[in-house]
Design a protein around this ligand. Structure first.
Ligand code: NAP
Length: 302
């Protein structure tokens, strides 16, 4: 058996088209567009490339996008004041502070200063609480877990009553996706197990999974024999395992591998996400969806 590939690159395009159509309709009826500000402190090359991609996607959808670059020497007080100004700005519906921040700034303090109703990353404790309560309380599901759930739903994988095993318990992936999959509702309603480094028998749990979500950051951690035949495997891991020269650009690029032995796993799984091209493209897409949702909340549309 060869698994069906769940291509984030293709699903992203469908979602972005849906969002662009909604943005156009809201602009016509209400005369407003979603506003997103991305605050970048310093010049970390990885952060610059993430921010550039976010800005490009926002522009493509017709959002008002502000890229606010601040020097690495900005004080914590000034950064908090800047966030305070965007909190008050009615044309801004989403505020994103690109991490990591310089060492002299307390990241927690900065993220907690964002108005929870503009926290489109979904990391503010208020939004974490809303996610835990579930249902209509949820405002901004964090972007990578939201992307994972969207992939599962759009791939037509049944979640009701499914055994879901999540490898990893980080605050940005493992815990929120586990919480989302156990809620009563569409694309969820599953029986969820979370495993981590203190789990006694990782293989035992993985083998039971109808849906196996792996977010450990360990290349090839999940062995093919741990996969239940026909299971849906979502590989969140992005691990740099070397470099190669790109045929397209002639530039050196990283060789990326997931947490699952993809070539062997795809002979056993029913469906599987590749790395790259699976979960990765969904994160910024969900950020755009959350920003539009923020505007819709303000307009009383949701
Ligand atoms: P993280 O904060 O390092 O958390 C990793 C989790 O995996 C921890 O809970 C850890 O357990 C668990 N773990 C690590 N090694 C394990 C092992 N050998 N057996 C069982 N559990 C193990 O990582 P993260 O931020 O969640 O990211 C995970 C991976 O997803 C990374 O490769 C990251 O690059 C990728 N990622 C991708 C996207 C995207 O595609 N958009 C977004 C976010 C993350 P303990 O808690 O016991 O230490």
């Amino acid at each position: 058996m060869t698994a069906k590939l769940i291509m984030g690159t293709e699903i992203r395009e469908t979602i972005l088209e849906e969002l662009a159509a909604e943005v156009k309709a809201i602009k016509q009826t209400h005369g407003v567009v979603p506003g997103l500000v991305t605050i970048l402190v310093g010049a970390n090359p990885a952060s610059i490339s993430y921010v550039t991609l976010k800005v490009k996607t926002a522009h493509r959808l017709g959002y008002k996008e502000i890229q606010d670059n601040q020097a690495a020497t900005i004080s914590e007080k000034d950064l908090l004041a800047l966030i305070g100004r965007y909190n008050q700005d009615d044309s801004i519906h989403g505020i994103l502070v690109q991490l990591p921040l310089p060492k002299h700034i307390d990241e927690k303090k900065v993220l907690n200063a964002i108005d929870p109703d503009k926290d489109v990353d979904g990391f503010h404790p208020v939004n974490v609480g809303r996610l835990m309560i579930g249902g209509s309380e949820v405002r901004f599901p964090p972007c990578t877990p939201a992307g994972i759930q969207e992939l599962i739903v759009r791939a037509g994988v049944k979640t009701d009553g499914a055994e879901v095993v999540v490898v990893g318990r980080s605050n940005i992936v493992g815990k929120p996706i586990a919480n989302m999959m156990l809620q009563k509702g569409k694309g969820a309603n599953a029986t969820v197990t979370v495993v981590h480094t203190a789990t006694r028998d990782l293989a035992f749990h993985c083998k039971r999974a109808d849906i196996l979500i792996v977010a450990a950051g360990v290349p090839g951690l999940v062995k093919p024999e741990w996969i239940k035949p026909g299971a849906c495997v979502i590989d969140v891991g992005v691990n740099r395992v070397g470099e190669k020269v790109s045929e397209k650009t002639g530039q050196k690029v990283a060789i990326l591998k997931g947490d699952v032995d993809f070539d062997a796993a795809k002979q056993i799984a029913g469906s599987i996400t590749p790395v790259p091209g699976g979960v990765g493209p969904m994160t910024i897409t969900m950020l755009m969806k959350n920003t539009l949702k923020s505007l819709k909340f303000k307009l009383g549309m949701v």
